[in-house]
Design a protein around this ligand. Structure first.
Ligand code: PRP
Length: 183
């Protein structure tokens, strides 16, 4: 059964083992940077949920977690340029907190630029960004991540939370989708 998904994948860009090792490093870095500040990790649904689950457990220090939902792609392969915030975070949860926005991928930057500004309006002590993948060559707006799992080539990637048309999120690795699947 699983083969049905794997046959759509061209290359495996980041294996399960590579991901596990890198997420462990990111967690250690965040634990060391924040110490006992108890940062609030805010995951951006849906894509971040698997990365968030692993990252949280890699942080050996107090942390809190919440989620918001945003979408700018719908079921399309290109950004609409407009971010739709479909689930917000209550302002009293964020006020005075050290927030870390957690995303699966930073691509054009439209989503995270919008969300960082939105978070800023809720009165946090600080806002940083942690992304699993950074497609640096695709940036259209000025936004940078403070923590990056991997710099990612400009390919259609799926797995580890990332989808194409809501599929492939459950792959344990990051793979490139064969062009015939989405064209
Ligand atoms: C993806 C991803 C980021 C955004 C990044 O979300 O999770 O939120 O695109 O792209 P950008 O930097 O060009 O804005 P998507 O809209 O596909 O929703 P999903 O997380 O539910 O898959």
């Amino acid at each position: 059964m699983v083969r049905i998904m794997h046959k759509d994948i061209g290359d495996i860009l980041f294996s399960e083992e590579t991901i596990t090792a890198r997420v462990r490093e990111l967690g250690a870095e965040i634990a060391s940077d924040y110490g006992d500040k108890n940062p609030l990790l805010v995951g951006v649904l849906k894509g971040s949920f698997i990365f968030m689950a692993d990252l949280l457990r890699a942080i050996d220090a107090p942390v809190s977690v919440d989620f918001l939902a945003a979408s700018s792609y719908g079921d399309k392969a290109f950004t609409s340029g407009k971010v739709d915030l479909t689930k917000a975070v209550p302002a009293d949860t964020v006020k005075g907190r050290d927030v870390i926005l957690v995303e699966d991928i930073l691509d054009t930057g439209v989503t995270l630029k919008y969300l960082k500004e939105y978070m800023g309006t809720l009165g946090p002590a600080s806002v940083k960004i942690c992304v699993f993948l950074d497609k640096v060559t695709r940036r259209q707006v000025d936004v940078e991540a403070d923590y990056v799992g991997f710099v990612c080539p400009d390919e259609f990637v799926v797995g580890y939370g990332l989808d194409y048309s809501e599929r492939y999120r459950n792959l344990k690795y990051i793979g490139s989708l064969k062009p015939e699947v989405y064209s």
